[in-house]
Write a protein that binds this ligand. Structure first.
Ligand code: SAM
Length: 276
């Protein structure tokens, strides 16, 4: 009986074709099948490197229906490589589900290191790289985008976002309005001919990109909040303590604060539970 096959996660260039690794090329040459986000797109890459392999599509719209087929081939002993259109599969690209399913089925998943726009943009941002959060794409609907930004505005770690050129200015303005005028780095067309990095305050970057035709692929890196994380929790708790020390009953303190801060009473009450 054949041994079961392996799934190889193969990162591909995000612009400059020289960024593919020798190991990735060898893996693509050796596997039995390559599953690709867009087979026509990946065929161009394979042709460039003179690699001839069967290709099968694996993308957002068939990722569940295709699982059986992929697992079946792996179980029969075939080795499969997963590629996306650019960069690391599974990072704002298909990959997560099939990787999980392979692990659940005892199939070995081998990850190859390689290009991803997120880490490259972070490293050259000049911002703190010790701790960071990858946020991917923000919601395209304005109300949801603002809600999400509000939820993360006290995040102390450096934040990485992917963004499309046509939404860039709207997103930068929303970030400015929720986060304040922080330092950011905007990386456009990384590793490509027209690579451009702009670093500065959000207002300065908005200025640069206003009244200009914005094209290409973009990563926004934003410095983390300098205010305390969970700032609101701390201030609600501190203010409750203050009111209690002034002689307010717990009930009245909660009532007063929820009114002042426009927060639901049960939410403020949660902060009061452990207070004397
Ligand atoms: N899997 C990819 C990776 O590992 O970076 C990301 C794929 S996601 C669908 C595409 C987004 O990644 C773009 O909209 C852009 O935000 C970012 N991106 C990809 N290539 C880029 C490049 N060369 N320069 C800047 N951003 C890039």
């Amino acid at each position: 009986m054949n041994e079961i096959g392996r799934l190889y996660i193969c990162p591909t260039p995000i612009g400059n074709l020289e960024d593919i690794t020798i190991r990735t090329l060898n893996t693509l040459k050796e596997v039995d099948l390559i599953i690709a986000e867009d087979t026509r797109h990946s065929l161009k890459l394979l042709n460039h490197f003179g690699i001839k392999k069967p290709l099968s599509s694996y993308h957002e719209h068939n990722k569940f229906s295709k699982e059986g087929y992929i697992i079946d081939r792996l179980m029969r002993g075939e080795n499969i490589a997963l590629v996306s259109d650019a960069g690391m599969p599974g990072i704002s690209d298909p990959g997560e589900e099939i990787i999980k399913t392979c692990i659940e089925n005892g199939i070995e998943v081998i990850g190859l290191p390689g290009p991803t726009a997120s880490i490259l943009a972070l490293v050259i941002s000049g911002l703190c790289t010790k701790k960071f959060v990858f946020e991917g794409f923000l919601p395209s609907k304005k109300s949801e985008r603002i809600k999400h930004l509000e939820e993360i505005k006290y995040e102390g770690r450096t934040l990485i976002f992917y963004e499309s050129p046509h939404r860039l200015l709207k997103t930068l303005k929303d970030i400015l309005n929720t986060f304040g005028d922080r330092n950011i780095s905007l990386a456009r067309e990384l590793t490509k001919k027209f690579e451009e990095i702009n670093r500065g305050r959000i207002t300065e970057i908005i200025e640069i990109y206003s009244n200009r035709d914005i094209k290409g692929e973009i990563v926004i890196v934003i410095e983390g909040s300098s205010e305390k994380e969970n700032n609101e929790e701390i201030s609600v708790e501190d203010e409750l303590k203050k009111l209690l020390s002034e002689g307010f009953s717990k009930k009245d303190a909660v009532k007063k604060l929820s009114k002042e801060k426009n927060l639901p009473r049960n939410e403020v009450y949660k902060y009061s539970v452990n207070l004397e």
